[in-house]
Design a protein around this ligand. Sequence first.
Ligand SMILES: *Cc1c(COP(=O)(O)O)cnc(C)c1O
Length: 820
Amino acid sequence: MSSNQYPISAIQQIIKAGGNIVKEYNISSLITDSRRIGNAAEGLFFALSGRRNGHEFIAEAYAAGVRNFVVKEGPQLIMPEANFLIVTDVLQALQTLAAHHRSSFNLDVIGITGSNGKTIVKEWLYQLLCTDKNIVRNPKSYNSQIGVPLSVWQINVKNNLGIFEAGISTRNEMVRLETIIRPSIGVLTHIGTAHDEGFASRDEKVKEKLLLFKNCRLLIHNYEQLMDFKEDISVKDCFTWSTKFKQADLYVFSETVIKRNTYLRARYKGDEIECLIPFMDGASVENAIVCWAVMLAMGYSAAETDDRIEHLNPVSMRLELKTGINDCSVIDDSYNSDVQSLEIALNFLNQQNQHTKKTLILSDIFQSGLQPDVLYKQVAEMIKAKHVDKFVGVGKALSKYQEDFDIPVKHFYPDTPSMLQHLRALNFKEETILIKGSRSFEFESISRALVQKAHETVMEINLNAMVNNLNFYRSKLKPGVKVMAMVKAFSYGSGTFEVANILQYNKVDYLAVAYIDEGVALRKTGITLPVMVLNPEASAFDKLTEYNLEPVIYSFGLFDDYIKYARQQNVLDYPVHLKIDTGMHRLGFENFEVETLCDLLEENRYVNIRSVFSHLVASDAAEHDEFTKTQVRNFEKAFKLIEKALGYKVIRHLCNTSGIVRWPNAQYDMVRLGIGLYGIDAATPATENGLQPIASLKTSVSQVKNITNGDTISYNRSGKLGNNGKIATVRIGYADGYLRAFGNGVGKMLVKGTLVPTVGNITMDMCMLDVSDIDVKEGDEVIVFNEQQRIEALAEQIGTIPYEILTNISQRVKRVYFYE
Ligand SMILES: *Cc1c(COP(=O)(O)O)cnc(C)c1O
């Protein structure tokens, strides 16, 4: 989104591209993802090659109305009135264009890098400085080689300050970002271990990061962090802060927690100054000190700085997807509202197809740097382009410009209370609702009214991590190998349509479920991908064909049943999969049965075999590798016979998650990705495989009790603590999936960062923890598993496998999905 325009012919010169301009267009928006096309007519599509080759999506973008493309190779098809700018490196072209755009503005730019805290510091500086500056900044954490150019492209003439973060994961990336951002003021945040693997040493990583500052006139950094790097800093004017060294410009010598705030005292230019930070955790305090230092270094007075920092708000970059009232789904983004993040949230809304109706509740947008008439026209166009069906505008400005909104159903209210009064009349039902409001509108109250209430144990699912895991396995596939995502058993406990919609959006080729019902549920929530059903019941074949689900045939009995049904209903050429048993001895035709099977298949009009597959019993276990090889051989034998009998091509697949990496030669035409999507792979240690856990299970403390000698805890007096013990009762029990086996100290949970054991038996809805040594209150959060206390560890505690832990979490536990 930008009010800048460049003629395509000018862009051709800027990026020094070949190709003929067949028609002149004005370009205002840069497109890097064919699924996210806002203003197609003024869009320029960059065919970037990442995990997928962007050139594959040119036809899709053309169909959506895009007429201008930056490519390595011209198109295969004829596309009238389209311009193809030909370059050798498409990413570089994007970066060159952004760098050119940046260089035509003479504004101050703050450039931020570091391993942690970049996005928070950027957002906080925005909060602190937006009262007297017109600021442009990266949306969310768009700080990559692609994200930075897209962010910088938004600079317009009204802006007088840019705040851009730069993230790098390996060598030689920072120089490119520096030429795009061209910061005049540099800020270095905390440097930790993130991305160490991309560099030869920690030193090298720090030096690479410092390259962002090579043209800065001022650099703000922690004193001790760069003590060993004096020679590598070319900036003349450095402003340092420290909690340890008196020599720093801002020496913070005292830190006191007062009622959830942190009160800091520091020495600055010979004076003692103070600052109240509305946070108490270490990372927030450090990030706030960085902001404090930046404001002082920029010349703001200590009093003004303190006044603004006291009002800092937490930064939430997450979009949360929750179950709403009346079968609605609610996407909750009630804390920030600007044009860029609105576009991102609308894209997320469009990824969720469980309801046909899409609704947006939006408040007035502040500090956009645009005149209201221009701003709301832009907003109206954007939400029309994103196919919002129902629009609820809250605020005086939106109400004033309501004529601009060309949406099938629209309602306007001057403020949040008046909207809440009309909640019933708005009749929210079976729709996906995006709630997006500026903080002062307090849209939390709308979210509370629309989200279904549940007891306080929730499982949070990180959808970004799931996409990351999908891409990790994609990167391990040979070219052309398809992905079937296994979403059986509520996607391994992590949800149904929410997960399936994300997978569909990210273009997996197939989904698989265990039973017909599971497939029907997916179809009812907008899933159009082919769906294979592993264990179809003959009694529900009508549902199978009605919902276009593809059965696995694994025995002669089932084959017979199916053919009978198909003949009766006259269903011809129906897609069917065949399962071969090569050693699992669960379901499937055995090798000796394959010839008979082939006889049945020849000339069979009722089935069209889509795929033939088998399942490895120990793809992750080196000690069974010989057996795996036998399975591979048996499978190949069976497959050859079947393919010959059929006389047409079918998909061949064998590998589950662990097989993908360990048995690359058995990837064939497709792989079946299960537990790996959910961040777990038994074949490689968690720290090495680049996977991210996707689920966190959280609960809370209902009561805290002191225990004296002789007291016992839970049923059958199973638990005991010594004198002065203390227990916390938490809201999770075996009915939620926290098995009884975790009782009596076997299981541990994280409370305030400390692992504490269970005491006594686990009960149906609750259990007790030994919190003798920590400071706990009712309502405090308790973590059953997350990325720190991993599911793998829980599985080990009770001698099971992660699959069982995940799929045991009961449906009573509310799932909340988030997307950053
Ligand atoms: C569940 C399942 C998979 C997935 O296995 P993971 O180990 O979770 O990757 C693959 N194939 C079949 C037939 C399955 O039932």
